[in-house]
Design a protein around this ligand. Structure first.
Ligand code: PLP
Length: 379
């Protein structure tokens, strides 16, 4: 099946008892057993729930793989994956990450004796010198947040496969509509479902998707043992959101492209980060591994200090000044004081996350209203 068909149907079957076409919200914690251990595949909703199962199967289908787990947040998904590691293990990751990923690596798992190497991954070969027999995981995020660098997933996968190291890709910014890391050699995909997949800024959820059955079993064990699992209402809302993922992503890409071109020539803009520009340093890889350039655009403001940047960020009328991304509505974010507040100044400035940087999540409103709002805010 093609993407749009899977987005609408995968994992979902008419309800066997009533014929309901939409998967019901199975608002139950427990399930009847005919005799001890004799049940219909469901025992307790921390482990499995039919509404959540439909969602997990749908998410796996969208990433072209067999196994899916949904979590109560993206960080819950990341946490579960990291629990595969043991003290002494080492992880190689990028130097331009979602702030919460950086925080869980450095402030939580480093305390348990796990070592993280933060590298510039624009060339996959940069990984090789850091690999030793303790290296268990390579964690990459592409496009990166907020400076939209693109990491060559296939190039990294060649190296991790040769050394038998797990490769995990945070695919939140691209969504499965634009990029499928497992097809490019990754072992597991992580999503903050909160963003494009949910798409309506009304649910916090995460997911892990894989084609590796043993890895799925190991992750399921932690998932059930540690319990970062979402409720059935949220699973229902996300199933509903996914039905328009392909339509929304098309519109995000179209509006994103128009906004990027508008901002590029604006006198108030200094740098612009959007992988669709030919002069973007990783444009060729973006073209190769993605089916579109997405709806995320970041800029630095010309001659703007922190105060001036705050002043401009507060002037928007259609864009909302808020954390998060990927919803139908447009958002403007100031990474230094919002999403990336937990990254030390030195580390973030090294990758261009400066006081005058604004990140836009371009929604699917009418493009004329978005451009007019940008124009008046920057004036
Ligand atoms: C939001 C986000 C996360 C964390 O997901 P939550 O659902 O907020 O826990 C991880 N990675 C990226 C790229 C994100 O944007």
């Amino acid at each position: 099946m093609k993407f749009a068909t899977k987005a609408i149907h995968a994992g979902q079957h008419p309800d066997p008892t009533t014929g309901a076409v939409m998967t019901p919200i199975y608002q139950t914690s427990t399930y009847w057993q005919a005799s001890p251990g004799e049940h219909k595949g469901y025992e307790y909703s921390r482990g499995t729930n039919p509404t959540r199962k439909a969602l997990e199967d749908c998410l796996a289908a969208l990433e072209n793989c067999q196994f899916g787990l949904a979590f109560s947040s993206g960080m819950g998904a990341t946490d579960t994956l990291l629990r595969l590691l043991k003290p002494g293990d080492e992880v190689i990751t990028g130097d331009d990450l979602y702030g919460g990923s950086y925080r869980i690596f450095t402030k939580v798992y480093q305390n348990y004796g796990i070592k993280f190497h933060f590298l510039d991954l624009s060339n996959p070969e940069n990984i090789t010198p850091y690999i030793n027999d303790k290296t268990k995981l390579v964690w990459i995020e592409t496009p990166t947040n907020p400076t939209m660098r693109i990491i060559d997933i296939e190039g990294v996968a060649k190296i991790t496969k040769a050394h038998n190291i797990l490769l995990a890709v945070d695919n939140t910014f691209a969504s499965p509509y634009l990029q499928n890391p497992i097809d490019l050699g990754a072992d597991v995909v992580m999503h903050s479902v909160t963003k494009y997949i949910g798409g309506h800024s009304d649910v916090v959820m995460g997911a892990l998707l894989t084609n590796n059955e043993q890895l799925y079993k190991d992750l399921f064990f932690i998932y059930n043992a540690c319990g970062a699992t979402p409720g059935p209402q949220d699973a229902f809302l996300v199933l509903r959101g996914i039905k328009t993922l392909h339509l929304r992503m098309k519109a995000h890409c179209e509006n994103g492209e128009k906004v990027a071109h508008f901002l590029k020539n604006h006198p108030k803009i200094d740098k612009i980060y959007w992988p669709g520009f030919e002069e973007h340093p990783n444009h060729d890889i973006a073209k190769k591994q993605m089916r579109g350039f997405g709806g995320m655009v970041s800029v630095t403001l010309k001659d703007a200090d922190l105060q001036e940047t705050f002043r401009i960020a507060s002037r928007f009328k259609v864009f909302s000044l808020a954390e998060s991304l990927g919803g139908v509505e447009s958002l403007v974010n100031h990474p230094v004081s919002m999403t990336h507040g937990s990254i030390p100044k030195e580390a973030r400035e090294k990758v261009g996350v400066t006081d005058n940087l604004l990140r836009f999540s371009i929604g699917v409103e009418d493009i004329d209203d978005l451009l007019a709002d940008l124009e008046q805010a920057l004036a």
